[in-house]
Every structure is written in C-alpha cells, then in structure tokens.
Design a binder for this molecule. Structure first.
Ligand code: PGA
Length: 259
C-alpha cells in the first residue's frame, strides 16, 4: 500500500484527479472504475475542468461504476447513473455507450449483477478503480462482513450507510435498502486501486483499513492484498494512523514521483 498524506483535502483531491487524468493521457482508451459520494465530486469537477481547458479527452475511455441502488430507474435523480451524468459524463466527452453502471431497475437484479461482472471481464478488466471509504469501512457497497472473495451481487445496505446517504434524499425512507455492487474480489481485480478519504469522520475506518487486521469486518482492509493500492488522505483522515510519521517520511506531504 502506498499511503500518501496531504496537507489539505484539496491537495489530496487534486492528486487523485491528476492520477486519473494521467491514466487517460497514457492510454486514451483506459478503463476507469468510478465511485459516487461526496468525496468523489470535487475529483470529477477537476476532471471536467481539465477537459474544458482541452488538456484531456475522455472520448475513448471506458467507465465502470462500482454500484447502483436497486429500484431506481436510470433517470431517477438519486440514481448513480444520474449522479455520474450530472458530475462527469454530461459535462465532458464521455461516450454514453462506453459508460457502464449496473441497472438498478433490472427485472432480476441477481442476473443483472452476473451480467455486469461479465461485462467487466469481457472488456479486459479495469485499469484504475477510484474508491471512497464508508465510516464503517465499506468499499463500493460491500458492507462489513462482505466476503473478501465476493463478486458483483445484490447487497443490503447497512443502517449507517442508509443514514449517511439520506443527506442526498428528501426523506430517509426514500433511500433504497438494496443495491448491486461490485464485489471485493471484483475490486481487487482492478490493475490499480486509488482510494481517496478526507475528513475526521473517516479516520477510524482509514486506520482499520491500513493498519488493522485483514478482516471482512472492515472490507477496505482487503486492499492490503492488492499490489498496487494507493491511499490518498488529508491530515484529518490520517489522524488515527499509528505509523503516520513513517508514511510522511516515505512521501513527505504526499509527494511521490507518480501516483
Ligand atoms: P462519501 O462516501 O464520499 O459520501 O463519504 C464514500 C463511501 O461511502 O464510499
């Protein structure tokens, strides 16, 4: 694991956006895995800004999102399809046929989950998967006790996740309880994992992910098994790390030749 601690959330976010843009400059038809949530929004703003300045084109990029709520149609404003269109796809030159998100309104979500996993496989796999982390240590919607060898499937959201995500809905009752999510083994199959966490709220989960035991109770700890996982943190999210001084010694201010 490469643990990078930046002075501010803005610096961490910029480093993540620069890394994703760098992937596309190196390989214009790169396959990128995307995440939703509040932490990813400023990353997408920076990608949009680079596109608007003519620094990068996403025309050939293939996009695979981590997860989707079950029961929301793709045009529902709270669906992750809509989130991605609002924050990234409709503001850049992503080609709709290259953007993949599980279908939350599929007649049989279990069949849709298998289809999605196969779609990722057929495309040749994901070059770089962007990740956030939940306060309970989830990645994607792999809630605590998710199998570390899980593939894309239907999951039930943890109560805390429903509460955390209710800020995006009018009422907590409107938050779907079920989702389709890439599994932990699906995520580990990406050639690179790039996780961004900012703010004090995430400090406990971040410490368990990096320094805790490899355990399904903290799904993000599975990244300890990945040979190319980069964790980008601000000072607050790094606040509970025991080896903080060591990480800063290796990469002062999160600086590294290339993420
Ligand atoms: P957040 O979500 O960025 O909105 O905190 C991250 C996550 O739950 O994975």
């Amino acid at each position: 694991m490469k643990v990078l601690i930046f002075k501010s959330p803005e610096d961490a976010t910029e480093a993540v956006a620069a890394s994703l843009i760098g992937q596309v400059l190196d390989k214009p038809d790169a396959s990128l895995g995307f995440a939703t949530g509040g932490t990813a929004e400023p990353v997408y703003d920076l990608m949009v800004s680079a596109f608007e300045k003519g620094k990068v084109s996403f025309r050939k990029v293939r996009a695979f999102n981590l997860d989707e709520y079950i029961g929301l149609t793709p045009d529902h404003p709270m669906s992750y399809r809509c989130y991605m269109r609002r924050h990234l796809f409709d503001r850049t030159d992503f080609q709709p046929e290259n953007t993949h998100i599980p279908k939350g309104d599929a007649q049989d979500p279990a069949v849709e989950a298998v289809r999605y996993e196969e779609e990722i496989d057929r495309s040749g796999g994901i070059d770089c998967q962007l990740l956030g982390i939940g306060e309970n240590g989830h990645i994607g919607f792999n809630e605590p006790t998710s199998s570390l060898s899980s593939r894309t499937r239907v999951k039930t959201l943890a109560r805390g996740t429903v509460e955390a995500n209710s800020r995006f809905f009018d009422r907590i009752e409107d938050v779907p309880r079920l989702c389709i999510t890439m599994g932990i083994a699906t995520i580990l199959g990406s050639r690179k994992c790039l996780l961004l966490a900012t703010g004090k709220r995430k400090a406990g989960a971040v410490a368990k992910m990096i320094e805790g035991p490899l355990a399904a109770i903290c799904p993000a700890s599975a990244l300890q098994m990945h040979s190319n996982a980069v964790i980008c943190l601000d000072e607050a999210a790094a606040g509970e790390l025991n080896l903080r001084a060591y990480y800063l010694d290796v990469h002062p201010d999160g600086k590294v030749a290339a993420l």
